[in-house]
Write a protein that binds this ligand. Structure first.
Ligand code: PLP
Length: 417
C-alpha cells in the first residue's frame, strides 16, 4: 500500500449524493449508478441554480456596456477567472483564458504559439496515452510547419517509460504535451518531474488536465508547466466552458488565433491592433453563463476540499480494484502505482460494448470503447475497454452494484466460471 492508499483506507467517506438532483431520478425503474464521470460529471444544485439565477438576475453582455447590468455581468465573469486562478494557483488572472474546454485550449496553443514558433525539423513530443485532443492538433500543426511528432512509449502497466522520455528529449524538442491523468488508464503522470526535464532540454510543456482538476489539488506553479488545460464539465460545471492556463511571459507574446469583437484594441480597414491578454484570445461573446456555472462548481469542490475528494475516490478505487481483480476472466488495463479513480478493464468473451449495454439494463452507466485514445488501445492490442470512472458522489454501494451487474453479464454470456 502506498501513502495515498493507506490514507484513503482511513478517510471518512463523503456523502454528497443529495447535492446532485439527477442522482435521485430512477432510470429504467432502478437507482442510477453513474460511473461515467470520465466522460462528464453530474451537476450539483449549486451549479444549476447559479446558472439559472444568472439568467434571471444578471444577464447582459460583458466588457463593452456602460449600463449597470453589463458591468455587473462583467464582474461576475471576471470573478470566474479569479476562481480558476485560485484553483490552479496561477500567478495572475491574465494567465487564464476562457475556452470551450480542453480541446479548444489545446487547439489555441497549437494555432497561436505553434504556428508562430515551429519550423521544419522541430519536434513535438507527446505520450502514447494521450486523448485524441492532445494528438490531432499537433498532427495538424506538423503538417502545416514541417515539424515532427514523436511519442513516449507506455509500459505494460500503463506508465510512461521515463528512460525513453529522457532519450527522446533533445535540442529539437520545442514542446512536450502530457496528459496529467490518463482518461483511459487512470495513470497519474509525474508531470512536475517531466516538466523539469523538458525545460532542461529547452522545450515548453503543455499539461492536459481534463481528468485531473476534479480529482486532486492542481498547482501549476508547483508543476512548473507553461500551459495547462481543463474542461468545466468534468469538474461538475457546465458543458461548453473550460480554460487554458498559460504563463504570462509566453502568453503576452502569442498572436491571436480567432478574430472578432472583444479581442481588439483598434480596428481600421488598414490595420488592426489587438487587446492585451487574455482578451486577445477571447473573440466574440463568450459563454458567460458557463463561466458563472463553472465558478459555482469550483466553489463547490473547494468547499468540500480536493484532498478529501481524492481520499474518498482512492478508497473506492482500492475497493473496486480488489473486487474486479478477484473476478475470473476480468483483466484491468492500467495498473500504475500512482492511479486516479478510473478502472479500465476487459472481460473474457464479452465485447466492451455488449458489457456496457448489459450494465445499462441494470442501471449502471459506464463507458465502453476506445475512449478517444485509439493509439493506446492499439498499444495494448485491444479494440477498447469497459471503463468505470469515479466521482465524489460515488459510494461503496455503487461499487457493489457494478460488481453485481458484471457477474450478471458473465452469467448471461456463460463466462467467468
Ligand atoms: N483530454 C482528456 C484526458 C480527456 O479525458 C478529454 C475528454 O474526455 C479531453 C482531453 C477532451 O475534453 P473536452 O471534450 O471537454 O474538450
Amino acid at each position: 500500500m502506498n501513502a495515498v492508499t493507506t490514507a484513503a483506507a482511513h478517510a471518512p467517506q463523503l456523502n454528497r449524493t443529495a447535492d446532485f438532483p439527477i442522482l435521485s431520478r430512477p432510470l429504467k425503474g432502478r437507482r442510477l449508478v453513474y460511473l461515467d464521470n470520465g466522460a462528464t460529471t453530474q451537476k450539483p444544485s449549486a451549479v444549476i441554480q447559479a446558472e439559472s439565477q444568472y439568467y434571471e438576475q444578471s444577464n447582459a453582455n460583458i466588457h463593452r456596456g456602460v449600463h449597470w447590468l453589463s458591468q455587473h455581468s462583467t464582474d461576475l465573469y471576471e470573478q470566474g477567472r479569479e476562481s480558476i486562478r485560485r484553483l490552479l494557483n496561477a500567478g495572475r488572472p491574465e494567465e487564464i483564458v476562457f475556452t470551450r474546454g480542453t480541446t479548444e485550449a489545446i487547439n489555441l496553443v497549437a494555432h497561436s504559439w505553434g504556428r508562430a514558433n515551429l519550423k521544419e525539423g522541430d519536434e513535438i513530443l507527446i505520450t502514447g496515452m494521450e486523448h485524441h485532443s492532445n494528438i490531432v492538433p499537433w498532427q495538424l500543426l506538423c503538417e502545416q510547419t514541417g515539424a515532427r511528432l514523436r511519442v513516449v512509449p507506455v509500459t505494460d502497466s500503463g506508465e510512461l517509460d521515463l528512460d525513453a522520455y529522457r532519450a527522446l528529449l533533445g535540442a529539437r524538442t520545442r514542446l512536450v504535451g502530457i496528459v496529467h491523468i490518463s482518461n483511459a488508464l487512470g495513470t497519474i503522470n509525474p508531470v512536475a518531474e517531466m516538466t523539469r526535464l523538458a525545460h532542461e532540454a529547452g522545450a515548453l510543456v503543455l499539461v492536459d488536465g481534463a481528468q485531473a482538476v476534479a480529482h486532486q489539488v492542481v498547482d501549476v506553479q508547483a508543476i512548473g508547466c507553461d500551459f495547462y488545460t481543463f474542461s468545466g464539465h468534468k469538474l461538475y460545471g457546465p458543458t461548453g466552458i473550460g480554460a487554458l492556463y498559460a504563463r504570462y511571459d509566453i502568453l503576452k507574446d502569442m498572436p491571436p488565433w480567432q478574430g472578432g469583437g472583444d479581442m481588439i484594441h483598434t480596428v481600421s480597414f488598414e490595420r488592426t491592433t489587438y487587446a492585451d491578454v487574455p482578451q486577445r484570445f477571447e473573440a466574440g461573446t463568450p459563454n458567460i453563463a458557463g463561466v458563472i456555472g463553472l465558478d459555482a462548481a469550483i466553489r463547490y469542490v473547494c468547499g468540500i476540499g480536493l484532498d478529501n475528494i481524492a481520499a474518498h475516490e482512492h478508497h473506492l478505487l482500492d475497493l473496486a480494484t480488489a473486487q474486479l481483480s478477484s473476478l475470473p476472466g476480468v483483466r484491468l488495463i492500467g495498473t500504475a502505482a500512482d492511479k486516479a479513480g478510473i478502472l479500465s478493464f476487459v472481460v473474457d468473451g464479452i465485447h466492451p460494448h455488449d458489457l456496457g449495454t448489459i450494465l445499462d439494463t441494470e442501471g449502471v452507466a459506464i463507458r465502453a470503447g476506445h475512449h478517444c485514445a485509439m493509439p493506446l488501445m492499439t498499444r495494448f492490442g485491444i479494440p477498447g475497454t469497459a471503463r468505470a470512472s469515479l466521482a465524489l458522489y460515488n459510494t461503496e454501494d455503487d461499487v457493489t452494484a457494478l460488481m453485481a451487474a458484471l457477474r450478471k453479464a458473465q452469467k448471461l454470456f456463460g463466462t467467468g466460471q
